[in-house]
Design a protein around this ligand. Structure first.
Ligand code: GLU
Length: 416
């Protein structure tokens, strides 16, 4: 069972470079480059127009050596098994870099949620959960939000699972609404982690986050929360693009007004207090920090040569193609890789899972303090490896992750 699509191939290319530097033995190499389990399901849904539609859904558990599989579920028309497998692999390395006791998983459903009613989305979610019910659970695989899924979708997942097992089980999914076991600080967590990673990278490069000029691609959960928290930390957010267009204001965007505009128009495009700009123009801006916080494969050899930022902080998973990454590294542009930069989300998901199992909830300050500590620890471990081996931060992050998963694989040994 193996996958050789473009997204998984990019992951493999990143993996190979780090595994070679670690002198990883070929047996463990083979294990870590194969997904443990790939599930494909058909989900029939009665649509509002009376027709039955059948949606294809995936759940991939890439590696569960360190603990239950962990990772989000995305709803998007372009979802493929190749993409979901790569994303599940990235979750494996992300959890290992974050040093939390989870393996990596990911789910996806091929659908266009912008064209579906709330009732159709609920029906699709519940049917998908019913189809994968034997594979998930607090000890097995714990989903979370991702592209186009939110706390309401997590509530439906939790409820469907609970109905099947016959009791309320909150720890089966994270990113839930607060009133049914969600954690304070989870919604902001990926953005908070991006802010912390940006601050640490800036300190390392010798500039201050206060007054730094930042451009962000994407204004979903990760993009909008990163923007807010980076601004609170003293940075100036000069540009944001989304699926439909972009906005630029040299003296800084008014984020409260922009969020209100997005609530009404579902895009930043057309926001009156700014100039319009395209995604290519956003990438080419002379800023201190560029945060890609949309989808994978955004920074390519087509646009990487025009990038002028000092540092790129990957809020999205897999936004930079390997050749573009190499090009940026050669030009001295620092890239804080996805598996480090956006690990604040899954780290706080871990806190949510712990609180659910413990039945005792933390204050927002406690959650944020613990996240701050975990993010700094991960950042320092990666930086230390990068310095020691004289490699870029992505290779270093993979080295930290592979080393941890390989060590546990070796000591657990082969079963039969
Ligand atoms: N979807 C998020 C990610 O890609 C969060 C995963 C989680 O919290 O399990 O990291």
């Amino acid at each position: 069972m193996t996958i050789h699509g473009p997204v998984f191939s990019a992951m493999l290319q990143e993996f190979d470079g780090a595994a070679r530097l670690l002198n990883l033995e070929s047996g463990i190499w083979k294990i870590l480059t194969h997904p443990k389990r790939q599930i494909t399901v058909s989900c029939p849904v009665l649509m509002d127009n009376g027709e039955i539609e059948v949606f294809t859904g995936y759940r991939v558990q890439y590696n569960i050596t360190l603990g239950p599989a962990k990772g989000g579920i995305r709803y998007h028309p372009d979802v493929t098994l190749d993409e979901v497998t790569a994303l599940a692999a990235w979750m494996t390395w992300k959890c290992a870099v974050a040093h939390i006791p989870f393996g990596g998983g990911k789910g996806g459903i091929i659908c266009d949620p912008t064209r579906m009613s709330r009732r159709e989305l609920e029906a699709l979610t519940r049917r998908y959960v019913a189809e994968i019910i034997d594979a998930i659970g607090p000890e097995k695989d714990v989903p979370a939000p991702d592209v186009n899924t939110n706390d309401q979708v997590m509530a439906w997942i939790m409820d469907t699972y609970s109905m099947h097992v016959g009791h309320t089980e909150t720890a089966v999914v994270t990113g839930k609404p607060l009133e049914l076991g969600g954690s304070l600080g989870r919604k902001e967590a990926t953005g908070r982690g991006v802010m912390i990673a940006t601050r640490e990278a800036a300190t390392h490069l010798g500039f201050d986050i206060k007054g730094a000029r930042i451009a962000i691609q994407g204004f979903g959960n990760v993009g909008s929360m990163s923007a807010r928290l980076l601004q609170e930390a003293g940075a100036t957010i000069v540009a944001i693009t989304d699926w439909k267009g972009g906005v630029y204001n040299a003296s800084g965007l008014d984020l409260a007004a922009l969020s209100e505009y997005v609530r009404q128009h579902n895009t930043v495009a057309g926001f009156p207090q700014a100039e319009a700009l395209t995604n290519d123009q956003l990438f080419a801006l002379e800023v201190d920090v560029l945060v890609p916080a949309a989808l994978e494969n955004q920074i390519t050899m087509e646009n990487a040569p025009s990038i002028r930022a000092k540092v790129i902080v990957e809020g999205a998973n897999g936004p930079t193609r390997p050749d573009a990454h190499m090009h940026l590294h050669e030009r001295g542009i620092m890239v804080v890789p996805d598996i480090l930069a956006n690990s604040g989300g899954v780290t706080t998901s871990y806190f949510e899972w712990v609180q659910n199992r413990y039945g005792y909830f933390w204050t927002e300050q406690e959650v944020n303090d613990r996240l701050e500590h975990k993010m700094c620890e991960a950042f320092n471990a990666v930086l230390k490896t990068a310095t020691k081996f004289n490699v870029d931060l992505r290779t270093a992050a993979y080295m930290v992750a592979i080393d941890r998963v390989a060590a546990v694989t070796r000591v657990r040994g082969m079963y039969a």
